[in-house]
Write a protein that binds this ligand. Structure first.
Ligand code: ACM
Length: 271
């Protein structure tokens, strides 16, 4: 059995050092004892509602100089855990809404959000990293970010690449994702961890964003193993048996991957 977790948070916009310090304190506590993988929200160190590209450019960090990466690498090494978290990443002049996987040995992989949501189109560059699976100790980990949930291809591609567990840093404002991720888990027979935030940001007058919380851990048969509330920061921990995600049989006669009919799908799909 492997212990996995989400840490739901309520970041203060723009206060990177404070948000990271608070997170390190939470992850360093005895509550995470034995946890091998923890997922944190999207953009957990900066907050979400940027007013302009200039503002992101000021707060975004190159991976190698990132306050969050440096601090969380320290925790990962000390606690022998893997951490998936969202941050504003700067790469030259480009700005990405990224998810980072790091472990006791440092950064393992980065995924840059492919499907941008709403105002993100004028703020971030669209992601250019492939959907792929990384080894994280005893787990094979795939990453998606928030709004990626609405594109079922993402979870399917990660499952086909061998993911046991899909980690989803999120800043959810629409109500649908927690239910949809149960379906994503069932239809791909994978575990999923959604780490969302709570609180409200109204940095743009007349455009308040209320984040729904409800972070959760779901099993390949669609059971919600842990779900947070919608008001407070919260740690959620569940023990999972990774074998459940590696057995793709649905009935004695049905296999999730072998029963697919890709040649039939191609004819219907128009790019
Ligand atoms: C979202 O993609 N942050 C809703």
């Amino acid at each position: 059995m492997v212990k996995v977790a989400f840490q739901q948070t309520a970041p203060t916009f723009g206060a990177i050092e404070e948000n990271v310090r608070r997170m390190v304190r939470r992850l360093d506590s005895s509550a995470t004892e034995g946890v091998e993988l923890v997922v944190l929200p999207e953009l957990f160190s900066t907050g979400y509602q940027f007013r302009s590209k200039e503002e992101i450019s000021r707060l975004a960090e190159p991976l190698q100089d990132s306050i969050a990466v440096r601090a969380l690498c320290g925790v990962a090494k000390k606690k022998r855990m893997y951490i998936v978290f969202g941050m504003a990443e700067k790469d030259g002049r480009r700005l990405y809404n990224s998810s980072v996987l790091l472990g006791p040995g440092g950064v393992v992989g980065v995924y840059r959000k492919a499907h941008l949501f709403w105002d993100e189109f004028r703020l971030f560059d669209p992601g250019n990293t492939p959907f792929r699976v990384y080894r994280a100790g005893r787990l094979r980990v795939g990453m998606m970010i928030c709004f990626d949930w609405v594109f079922p291809e993402v979870a399917r591609v990660l499952a086909l690449d061998g993911a046991d567990i899909i980690c989803q840093p999120a800043n959810l404002v629409l109500p649908y994702c927690p239910s949809a991720m149960i379906t994503r888990s069932i239809e791909n027979r994978v575990f999923s961890v959604t780490a969302n935030r709570v609180g409200t940001e109204e940095r743009i007058k007349g455009k308040p964003l209320k984040f729904i919380g409800l972070s959760q851990i779901v099993s390949p048969d669609g059971r919600v193993l842990k779900r947070a509330g919608s008001i407070r920061p919260q740690l959620g921990v569940a023990e999972i048996d990774v074998r459940a995600a590696r057995d793709k049989r649905i009935t004695p006669r049905n296999h999730l991957f072998r029963d697919r009919r890709p040649s039939m799908y191609k004819r219907l799909v128009r790019e």
